[in-house]
Each structure stands twice: as structure tokens, then as C-alpha cells.
Design a protein around this ligand. Structure first.
Ligand SMILES: [Zn+2]
Ligand SMILES: [Zn+2]
Length: 152
């Protein structure tokens, strides 16, 4: 009694609210970015797929969801400009209030929102990226630079 898996209805990731039951359902999708409204975002290439696993449960007049989103993240580090391409898996929790008359739940829009919040501001190759020296242009992660050694 731990939930049923239902087939996705169509590629836009809209699901019927009445299909979400209190016992929970699991939905799995593989979509292209433009299918959930991501066009021209620089953190994902248009041809790369996004995998979404959604566990949804109806509790009173809310749909509670746990989303696991996996995709190949493309980026340039804001400090050193290194091109970054790495698979990321992120977990999100969402709760969506069901209002009177709501019939469909646009899960794709929710995934898009979460991805935009998550990936736009985060453009460092790593938290402690040293960046590029403004004076000599050296990538300080990989090469030493003489500019800041003047006080010796
Ligand atoms: Zn960097
Ligand atoms: Zn320098």
C-alpha cells in the first residue's frame, strides 16, 4: 500500500489533480528543456534531457511533492570563466495548494521555477574558486601569479 505509479499523460508534465491520491504516486519524466519552458538558459543545452522523478501525495487540499531532477548542467564559472559541464541531481520539495476548480497541476512549470532559482545565481566552478587575477589574467586556480607577492 505504498502508492501506485501512473503513466504520464503527455509531455508537458501536466497532471490531473484527481490522479494524485493520498497514498501517493510516482511519476517519471524525461523531457527536453523547451518542453518545460526553458529556452535560451545558459545552464542547459537545448538537446540535453532533464530527468524528473516526482513523488506526489495529496494531503487535505495540498499536493505535496518530492522532486528529483537530474540533468547535465552547463556553465561558465563567474570568477575564472572555466567551462563547467557536469551532471547534477537536485532534490526539491514543493507544496501546492489546490484551489476550487483546479483540475490540472503544471509540474513542468514548477520544475522550471526551481531550476531557475537554483542554477542562475550559482555560477562558480567551486565555492573557493580563486578566479582570474585582474592584473595579469592568470587563472589563480591553476597557476601562481606574482602580482600579490609584492609585500615580501
Ligand atoms: Zn572558477
Ligand atoms: Zn596576477
Amino acid at each position: 500500500m505504498c502508492g501506485e505509479t501512473i503513466e504520464r499523460t503527455f509531455e508537458e508534465m501536466k497532471i490531473r489533480i484527481r490522479d494524485v491520491v493520498s497514498g501517493g504516486i510516482r511519476l517519471e519524466y524525461v523531457v527536453k528543456p523547451d518542453e518545460i519552458g526553458l529556452t535560451g538558459e545558459d545552464f542547459i543545452e537545448p538537446e540535453n534531457s532533464i530527468k524528473v522523478i516526482a513523488d506526489l501525495q495529496k494531503v487535505d487540499n495540498f499536493v505535496l511533492g518530492k522532486l528529483v531532477v537530474t540533468f547535465l548542467c552547463e556553465n561558465h564559472c563567474a570568477r575564472c570563466l572555466e567551462r563547467l559541464s557536469h551532471e547534477v541531481t537536485t532534490k526539491y520539495e514543493v507544496d501546492l495548494e489546490i484551489l476550487d476548480g483546479d483540475e490540472w497541476l503544471d509540474l513542468g512549470a514548477k520544475v522550471r521555477e526551481e531550476m531557475l532559482v537554483e542554477y542562475l545565481p550559482r555560477t562558480l566552478c567551486r565555492e573557493d574558486c580563486k578566479g582570474i587575477c585582474p592584473d595579469c589574467g592568470a587563472d589563480l586556480n591553476t597557476e601562481p601569479c606574482e602580482c600579490n607577492k609584492g609585500s615580501k
